[in-house]
Design a protein around this ligand. Structure first.
Ligand code: PLP
Length: 397
């Protein structure tokens, strides 16, 4: 019944999910506390109390026909205005409700953006390592994802690689900072350099290139690192935001897109995105959650808990002889595999009930990703398992 294309997608379906399911299986055999599942980016700290309080308040006191009804495809106007004002106070911008479109998480927002801008044959550039779903999101609209090879020293985007990758078919560049899977925050210099290349190439080829900044981890930055606000650097920018990680609400599917005021054909882009949200079948972002997040815009989940995990796991792995760049954001460590075949390494790790994700899922073989959004106890208890794994590979000698 399903299409050949879908059969291919099913058979290549996410290694991350497969690993998560393996975790459930191992937990059934050895007990949950004896399985060290670093596979999935599912937040490990609860949503701020305000989320529940706001939901109760809304359900008790707001008009239920409004709370549960259809609204503009872009979302409730008061919610969008509140988000615009919050962004204005943080980034000195001048946004109103027109700049904001509520989406079904970051994933829904990115799909709406690609729906609005791509025609079959268009190319979308990204930088390896990258969130593997980008390939599917771009392919949904007949586009092709072009990955620029990673800079393995810094994991900052390779600017010359970008320059060489842009062609007259380039429609968009998608970046993700703080980055999944490396935890790297793209520096201001990197962002400026990306903007410069895109501006040059727009002129050279007489095309419009959209920069899509996927920012579900914006609030998860450590050591006071600043995450640059992309629309300040490049006019044709769309920011995709999500509350999945910042408020620990991934199952609720709520986020938004921001269209900067200097976007070319601003009104047309906003209308296109709004129609995309409708005709992709989302119709609008979940209504109750839109109203809830309006009350939680200044809330944050417990970033300090992730920071504690980050410091502990990073320092322990380094002591054991693993190589890894220190993440500045998100909740992932991207560790160099001691052998080139990182999938084999991940399989070996399962012997010690360690679940890790191969870097090839992110277009960067030879590395593995650990999601440290787990309890601190899991981190501490996993160290003997990592110690045995490191010994098997002769690390730290
Ligand atoms: N983009 C990146 C880089 C992610 O890591 C994720 C989820 O892990 C998403 C997008 C999708 O987020 P959402 O749950 O908001 O759809």
């Amino acid at each position: 019944m399903i299409s050949e294309k879908m059969k291919t997608l099913v058979s290549g379906s996410s290694a991350i999910r497969a690993m998560f399911e393996e975790g459930q299986r191992l937990a059934g055999i050895y007990g949950k506390e004896n399985v060290y599942d670093f596979s999935l980016g599912n937040p490990s700290v609860p949503a701020p109390a305000m989320v529940k309080e706001a939901a109760i308040e809304i359900l008790n006191n707001e008009d239920s026909l409004m709370v549960h009804g259809y609204m503009s495809n872009s979302g409730f106007e008061d919610v969008r205005l509140a988000i615009a004002k919050s962004l204005n106070s943080r980034f000195g911008t001048d946004y109103n409700e027109k700049n904001i479109l509520m989406t079904v998480g970051a994933a829904g927002g990115l799909n709406a953006a690609f729906k609005a801008i791509l025609v079959p044959g268009d190319e979308v550039i990204t930088f390896a390592p990258f969130f593997g779903e980008y390939r599917n999101y771009v392919d949904n609209f007949g586009g092709t994802l072009v990955a620029v090879a990673p800079n393995l020293e810094t994991f900052q985007p390779d600017i010359e690689g970008l320059r060489n990758a842009v062609t007259p078919k380039t429609k968009a560049v998608i970046i993700n900072t703080p980055n999944n899977p490396t935890g790297v925050v793209y520096s201001e210099d990197t962002i400026k350099a990306i903007a410069q290349v895109l501006n040059e190439k727009q002129t050279e080829y007489g095309i419009d290139i959209c920069l899509i900044s996927d920012e579900p981890y914006r609030e998860l930055a450590y050591d006071g690192v600043e995450v640059p606000w992309l629309p300040d650097y490049y006019d044709n920018t769309i920011v995709g935001y999500s509350f999945s990680k910042s408020l620990s609400l991934p199952g609720e599917r709520i986020g938004y897109l921001v269209i900067g005021n200097k976007m070319k054909d601003f009104d047309e882009v906003v209308s296109g995105l709004s129609v995309a949200i409708r005709i992709l079948g989302y119709v609008n972002a979940p209504s109750l959650m839109q109203r809830v997040v309006m009350h939680c815009l200044e809330e944050k989940s417990d970033v300090a808990a992730y920071d504690r995990n980050r410091e502990k796991l990073y320092s322990e792995l380094l002591k054991l002889g693993f190589e890894c760049i220190k993440p500045q954001g998100a909740f992932y460590l991207f560790v160099k595999s001691p052998i080139a075949d990182e999938k084999a390494f991940c399989n070996d790790a399962k012997k010690y009930n360690l679940l890790l994700v191969p870097g090839s899922s992110f277009g960067c073989p030879g590395y593995i990703r650990l999601a440290y959004c787990v309890s601190y106890d899991t981190i501490v208890n996993s160290i003997p398992a990592f110690t045995k794994l490191a010994a098997d590979y002769g690390l730290g000698k």
